[in-house]
Design a protein around this ligand. Structure first.
Ligand code: ADE
Length: 245
């Protein structure tokens, strides 16, 4: 996948040069291009923003500068141009999977009070928010999106993990994991994980995933695709949580 990021702060993207995103680039799954929006400003002071019509505080990113930047980067390719902003649709695992099927996307990082509305009308095909809070700019959101999307591309995780069993992949949160030592400060690894009984381990893991989801994100259980066995485990978990057993 090719990802072009338009930003006023290209130097903020150093985190994408490490860990899994570094590997994804080294192995050809991800081609990342950073573009400095200021390079497309033509005024003497390379101005990228201006005061809002109608007054009020803050600055608004200029449509002429952004149009030049987006059109130069996009070329003739009709690929999605996604604005990072708190008024967009909310980013979820499902959106990450959807975007991971694209061959290319352009991410536009907003700043200041926002972008001139005509940017949305003329240039943007989608707008995404990473949550109901306001960030100083879209850069952190773009990094979150690139990471979550690229790890869904088949082959990126390799032997290091299977995206299919991660939290949210099946509508539930992941349960606990343990490694050596067996005992630490009085806490011991659950017995079932040491039995070698794969069916019992799988059932225990599933129940822990359901329990954790019940505790931390109960609303997910309303839409998670639960099997009949899962529903039995859920009933058990609820009974235990309510001290009914
Ligand atoms: N820019 C500012 N706040 C944001 C948010 N919540 N998500 C994406 N981009 C943003």
């Amino acid at each position: 996948m090719r990802v072009d990021i338009l930003t006023l702060f290209p130097q903020m993207f150093a985190p994408l040069q490490h860990s899994m995103m570094w590997k994804a680039q080294a192995h050809g799954f991800l081609t990342l291009r950073l573009h400095d929006i200021r390079d497309y400003a033509t005024s003497a002071y390379r101005q990228v923003d201006d005061t809002p019509y109608g007054g009020g505080g803050g600055m608004v990113m200029k449509v002429d500068v952004l149009a030049r930047a987006v059109e130069a980067v996009r070329g003739d390719d009709p690929c999605p141009v996604i604005l990072m902003g708190p008024t967009g649709r909310v980013f979820t695992h499902q959106v990450a999977c959807e975007l991971s099927r694209l061959s290319r996307m352009i991410l536009l990082c907003g700043h200041y009070e926002g972008v001139d509305e005509r940017v949305r009308e003329l240039l943007i095909t989608d707008e995404i928010s990473i949550g109901d809070y306001v960030l100083t700019g879209g850069e952190l959101a773009a990094m979150v999106i690139v990471d979550a999307v690229v790890r869904q591309i088949p082959g990126v995780l390799g032997a290091e993990g299977a995206a299919a069993t991660e939290s949210h992949a099946d509508g539930l949160l992941e349960g606990p994991h343990y490694t050596r030592p067996l005992a630490f400060r009085g806490l011991t690894v659950p017995q079932v994980l040491r039995t070698g009984n794969h069916a019992a381990v799988a059932r225990w893991r599933r129940k822990q995933a359901i329990l954790r989801t019940l505790r931390h994100r109960p609303e997910l259980l309303l839409t998670a695709p639960l099997s009949e066995d899962d529903r039995y485990l859920l009933a058990e978990a609820i009974a235990e949580a309510a001290n009914l057993t």
